[in-house]
Design a protein around this ligand. Sequence first.
Ligand SMILES: Nc1ncnc2c1ncn2[C@@H]1O[C@H](COP(=O)(O)OP(=O)(O)O)[C@@H](O)[C@H]1O
Ligand SMILES: CC(C)(COP(=O)(O)O)[C@@H](O)C(=O)NCCC(=O)O
Ligand SMILES: [K+]
Length: 308
Amino acid sequence: MRGKPWRGMVGGMSTPASPSDGLLAIDIGNSRVKLGWFANPSACVSPPQTTALPIASSPLPEPGETLSGSAAELLAGPLAEWLASLPAESLQIAIASVCPAISEPFETAVSTALANAGIGFTVLRLTNSAAPLTIDVEAPALVGADRIAAAVAANCLRLADTPVIVIDIGTAITVDLIDSKGVFQGGAILPGPTLAGAALAERTALLPKVLPGELDRSPDPVGRNTEAALHAGLYWGAVGALRELIARQRDRLPRPPQVLLTGGAAPGFARLIGGPDYTVRHVPHLTLAGIALSATMVDTAPVSDPPT
Ligand SMILES: Nc1ncnc2c1ncn2[C@@H]1O[C@H](COP(=O)(O)OP(=O)(O)O)[C@@H](O)[C@H]1O
Ligand SMILES: CC(C)(COP(=O)(O)O)[C@@H](O)C(=O)NCCC(=O)O
Ligand SMILES: [K+]
């Protein structure tokens, strides 16, 4: 997270990557690692958009191939197989990690798999100090790289003079505000529903664990057994927290924000957290796209508007 972005060869590879072979974005989260291969990650050069019309098609780069799972699942086989199947002879790799313990073994596994497949590569570990946006918080270097990557992507979807609230529902939930000039202002962090359920199971004698993927999309708020009550509390509790945080952040804004939603547990929440003057758009690959954009923009102009 700290220091200069590191760009160089890893694993003794001798074939340098050429940008034309595409970019591999890696998002190392606390539950899952997400990988996306972008054939053509184009820099977001002319943000923000100047039209107030609804966005018909995303200007974000879309990954041509994706892979996700826990680090252990991926390292057991799928990672090497997937990397070897990429239509590339050389790759630029960009990594954003919020889980340092996983970063090194995962990078080593990626290096080994690419070496075995005869694919050359360079590696860029994203740091906040090189991020193509202004981070206006007490300690910019300490903000999660995933939050910053998502904010970079959000800046590309941002309409002119319009603030954005970015919500990521993963292990944790983050609700971050990017102001109408594209500056990251900070936000809120709370447990994701799966983590909240796991914490309840761990710290109580009688509550069972609610497994990932088992959360109902619209549970009865009056659960008639323990599991049903947990589903009601975890789901509607998260909905309520999100609605309140968006509303309170919106209260500070001079005009309605765009609201973008991402993260592994995001499906099922978008339709419930819209407000009187804002709608919510679900962008599944927001963070991966932000990582790809950050890598292409790391040596170019910032996305956020220059200070006036
Ligand atoms: N089908 C699903 N329904 C609800 N939650 C899910 C589903 N699949 C994954 N999740 C949850 O999404 C979270 C992982 O999302 P992700 O964005 O990858 O998190 P992280 O970045 O923290 O690793 C986990 O808490 C997991 O339980
Ligand atoms: C808030 C997070 C735990 C979210 O991680 P995730 O749920 O995506 O695994 C992560 O962004 C993080 O560790 N951040 C560092 C502290 C901060 O952002 O202020
Ligand atoms: K995340």
